[in-house]
Write a protein that binds this ligand. Structure first.
Ligand code: BG6
Length: 312
């Protein structure tokens, strides 16, 4: 069975057919695990290779956000004085429901759709963020194209024009890397960023095509408008390892966060191994820069997503 729904997670397991047909040429085994807690993708393998980072100390029992994979940030990125919600909002700590699943006839592609609405929230979250909403999260694994697509759709369920739904959102993707000192990110050259890792937070322009990670990194790049020639790439040892394509045209995610806690912050996190910063980098696409972040009118839906492609 390519999709198995268990009590706390959904497991996708695609095994390409023994006899390749023209439509399945290039197919390799692909798997994916998604916890209902936060609808957090915790694993994505392509041809036996794990593409996502999940901390060995990650807590998976629903008592904390999961440290690794793809936690969903909604409706609040980070935190600030007077913020209505805890850091990164409630999507990553809520229990989502499976709405439907689908497998292509040749079993090389599988989709799981999750849903979260206001009525699924804890009383504390609903009180802090009273706008009625519906969030759909679609996860698709494709064994032919070696991709993992994660799409969000946020609907404002308010019935009067008084209730626009402003929010920030982001796919907090933890990518597994062989060695951080051999890792660089491309696609951000010429874009303005704020470095949250230092006290001086004046916006700076990234001058170079490659961003290596050599220290604590917490950069928020603004308005990196997606274009075919500017897809984001994560390289390992000079070789492209993962491509990140933002989807949905005009409503595509515009901002990109690059995060690595490095030595001291790694030690300070209880759910993260001291040396694990060497094997991960977060490249997070979203709309997080206020006041340009998203606002959805009553009855309307905003869609955005990413496709991660493993470059084997
Ligand atoms: C990043 C933020 O998106 O998430 C960082 O830019 C933050 O500032 C990081 O430290 C991890 O956040 P958390 O809440 O999962 O520890």
């Amino acid at each position: 069975m390519p999709i198995e729904t268990l009590q706390d997670k959904v497991v996708i397991s695609l095994t390409p057919p023994a006899l390749a047909t023209p439509t399945t040429t290039g197919a390799v085994p692909a798997t994916c695990t998604i916890y209902l807690h936060g609808a957090t993708v915790t694993s994505w393998t392509v041809n036996g290779r794990e593409m996502l980072f999940l901390s060995s100390k990650a807590i998976l029992d629903g008592s904390k956000p999961i440290r690794g994979g793809i936690p969903l940030v909604f409706p609040q990125f980070g935190t600030y004085p007077g913020a209505p919600l805890p850091q990164h909002g409630f999507a990553r700590t809520s229990t989502w429901r499976v709405l439907r699943t689908d497998v292509s006839p040749d079993e090389t592609k599988a989709t799981v759709v999750f849903v979260l609405t206001s009525s699924d929230l804890s009383l504390a979250a609903r009180t802090a963020w009273p706008t009625p909403f519906r969030l759909e999260y679609t996860v698709t694994v494709d064994a032919v194209h070696h991709t993992l697509a994660t799409d969000l759709a946020a609907t404002n369920l308010a019935t009067t024009t008084e209730f626009d739904m402003p929010f920030t959102w982001l796919l907090h993707t933890y990518l597994r890397v062989d060695a951080i000192e051999k890792t660089e990110i491309r696609g951000l050259e010429g874009h303005l960023y704020v470095n949250k890792a230092i006290a001086d937070r004046d916006p700076t322009t990234q001058a170079f095509p490659a961003l290596p990670i050599k220290e604590e990194t917490d950069r928020v790049y603004q308005n990196v408008v997606p274009a075919a020639e500017s897809h984001l790439h994560v390289l390992s040892g000079g070789r492209p390892a993962v491509e990140i394509v933002r989807t949905h045209g005009e409503t595509a995610f515009r901002d990109v966060v690059v995060w690595n806690p490095w030595v001291d912050k790694a030690k300070a996190m209880a759910d993260f191994g001291d040396d694990e910063y060497r094997h991960m980098v977060c490249v997070e696409v979203g709309d997080v820069v206020v006041p340009n972040a998203v606002s959805v009118a009553p009855g309307e839906t905003r869609r955005a997503g990413q496709v991660l492609r493993a470059l084997l």
